[in-house]
Design a protein around this ligand. Structure first.
Ligand code: IMP
Length: 426
């Protein structure tokens, strides 16, 4: 048996989609364990580019079963669109399964996310406005009649749940946000139209996962977002409402921690963040724009420009520890090709004291002064490199610095978007 968790080391957008797609070649099962369509995973196959928000990146491998497990959130409209787009491009979704227990993002969750962000004004989190926070809030508040994926198959049940939910939600929508109420029948019609298409994918995913694990199958748990967007370990409150960290894979899929064999920590060669919150190694405008342009750093889900900065070794080290990483997949190394000097943050100074892990109290992150080491750039294109031995010495030194900071070996280096542009290290 082999279970690997693929998890982001930073604030999401590390390139997990490509790494999952590569690992999925050998996998029987690829399972998303948290989050919803706030995620955006880009996978490039030949000349084709696929942007996936909900469906696991393994869907492009016909022999691989793909799942949205219990810990995920499903917006049925987005799921229906994604299935249709894949089918139109020749990728049937017969091998897709969705947990009956996954909670559903309803139109009122999207509206409440929007209204809450507007109301926060200058203190907004910068959410993707996809309804993630409000839907997980219903789940953790144990709303007795919250809609789960298994509810989508039964029109009468769904209509009743929506009516009950809106009896409450409309009070908040009207009284707190002074917005016009939602009509339960209209909401029902909107959801029921797509529910009929997607509910056939419903199943008990955790039974299938446990059976597959016992049968010795290769399983990938695909994380969305990243370690520092985790509800507990991220830069609270500027986080998402789920658990992207490797431990979240156990909660979200229904397997115990001892079943996990490998944790592949996906780390971008520099740092990006979308939305508000501290980013200690954020680069000055011109350098940030250079990284943004070369790395095409615009959100897959919202199109927002990502904030860009240098590799943060403190973040990397903390992520390796929090996730129990067994290897690092270093992505987008080629984006740094043109730089003569590459700053790498090797520690933080907080009020004169040097620290090497991310402070537990997120407010303290606002006080840190990154300590940089300047690495020489390689100033040549890496896109065609396929072997470790072909990498220029300066690029190898950069990878070795990543290994030293993470205290975990680098097993893969990505030097471009396509599957082929990958260097594997034994
Ligand atoms: P939410 O998950 O939409 O509630 O957004 C909360 C925070 O997480 C915001 O700062 C978002 O920009 C960020 N976020 C959510 N999903 C992703 C992602 O897939 N990549 C990068 N940032 C994300």
């Amino acid at each position: 048996m082999s279970i690997t968790v693929v998890v982001g080391a930073q604030w999401g957008d590390e390139g997990k989609g490509k790494i999952t797609d590569i690992l999925a070649e050998e996998a029987d099962l690829v399972v998303r364990y948290q989050g919803g369509n706030n995620a955006g995973h880009t996978v490039v196959v030949g000349e084709e580019e696929f942007k996936l928000h909900l469906i696991p990146s393994g869907i492009l491998h016909p022999d691989c079963t793909c799942m949205m497990a219990d810990g995920t959130l499903i917006d049925p409209q987005v799921l229906a669109e994604e299935i249709q787009q894949l089918q139109e491009r020749g990728h049937g979704c017969e091998n897709l399964r969705v947990s009956c227990n996954a909670h559903v993002i309803m139109p009122y969750h999207r509206l409440l996310d929007e209204l809450a962000e507007e109301a926060r004004g200058s203190k907004s989190i910068g959410t993707t406005r996809r309804g993630i926070g409000p839907a997980y809030t219903d789940k953790t508040a144990r709303m007795p009649r919250a809609v789960r994926f298994g509810d989508l198959a039964d029109a009468g049940r769904l209509r009743g749940l929506i009516a009950d939910q809106l009896a409450q939600k409309n009070v908040i929508i009207q009284e707190l946000y002074e917005h016009s109420p939602l009509d339960p029948e209209e909401v029902f019609e909107e959801v029921w139209t797509v529910a009929q298409t997607v509910s056939k994918y419903t199943t008990d995913t955790h039974k299938i996962i446990q059976d597959a694990a016992r049968a010795g199958k290769q399983i990938i748990f695909e994380g969305a977002q990243g370690t520092f967007l985790d509800l507990d370990y991220g830069t609270y409150p500027f986080v998402t409402s789920s658990h992207p960290v490797a431990g979240g894979a156990c909660l979200g899929t229904g397997v115990g921690p001892t079943a996990i064999d490998e944790v592949t920590l996906v780390c971008k060669a520099y740092t990006t963040r979308v939305g508000a919150g501290i980013l200690p190694t954020e680069a000055a405008d011109e350098a940030a724009q250079q990284l943004r342009d070369r790395g095409a750093e615009y959100g897959t889900t919202t199109g927002r420009p990502r904030r860009c900065g240098w590799l943060d070794g403190v973040v990397l080290r903390s992520a390796a520890l929090i996730n129990g990483a067994t290897s690092v997949a270093l992505t987008k190394l080629d984006v740094l090709d043109t730089l003569p000097i590459i700053p790498v943050c090797v520690g933080y100074e907080i009020e004169g004291v040097l620290v090497d892990t991310v402070p537990a109290w997120a407010d303290d992150l606002g006080k840190v002064r990154p300590v940089y080491e300047e690495m020489p750039g390689w100033q040549q294109a890496l896109g065609q490199v396929r072997q470790w031995s072909e990498l220029p010495p300066a690029a190898r030194a950069y990878v070795e610095k990543v290994e030293a900071l993470a205290a975990v070996p680098v097993s893969m280096i990505s030097v471009g978007a396509s599957r082929q542009q990958t260097i594997f290290i034994d």
